[in-house]
Write a protein that binds this ligand. Sequence first.
Ligand code: AR6
Length: 208
Amino acid sequence: LTEIKTLRALYIAGEIKPALAANIKYKTSGNLLDRVSLYQGTITELEVDAIVNAANRSLLGGGGVDGAIHRAAGRQLLAECRKLGGCPTGDAKITNGYNLPAKHVIHTVGPVYDEEQVDKSAKLLASCYRRSLELAVQNSLKHVAFPSISTGLYGYPVKDATDIAINEVRQFLDSESGTKLDRVIFVVWGDEDKLAYERLLPIYFPLD
Ligand code: AR6
């Protein structure tokens, strides 16, 4: 099993500094801290109920994390995706995980960042996280791992995208449906993303 440290463990290790009181937007319970993790590495190695794929509307594969997931899952994943008839931006669809250690793949389609329509991009990105989490709950899944959707090929500024991702997950975990999830894992690939999560996680998930 891949080692994934909870936010609480990262706080204890001093890897994430608790937010300054002035920055705290929400108060969280200790329990919530144990349900959020940060992991750096490839999402394809995670043995969880579902990993989320940053796909495109065709759902037929591509580069980046999408390419890595399809390579690791094998051709059966593409065969199942062909039957789905694509997916609108901001929405999500679920498949099996095939050769992946993850049981399922939730394919979501992030927006191509449009600096002329920042609000629209933000709404669509938030919707990707929300719809993916809703699908997970509908399928009785307990653990969901997210890559940093839209921040690669689709050009979303890392800091803004990270803010949206963490805010949306926090809101979902606080909601009635959110109580059905055991763990949400944020998976970062590069160091820029890791830094952004380390800075923003303490704001949305402050220590009590
Ligand atoms: N594990 C975890 N994260 C990864 C991995 C990996 N193996 N590989 C890359 N990342 P991107 P997008 C990070 O471009 O911006 C595809 O062609 C990467 O560093 O994969 O939503 C699709 O088919 C970045 O932080 O997705 C679409 O056409 C994040 O994953 C388009 O790209 C997202 O980068 C979607 O673009």
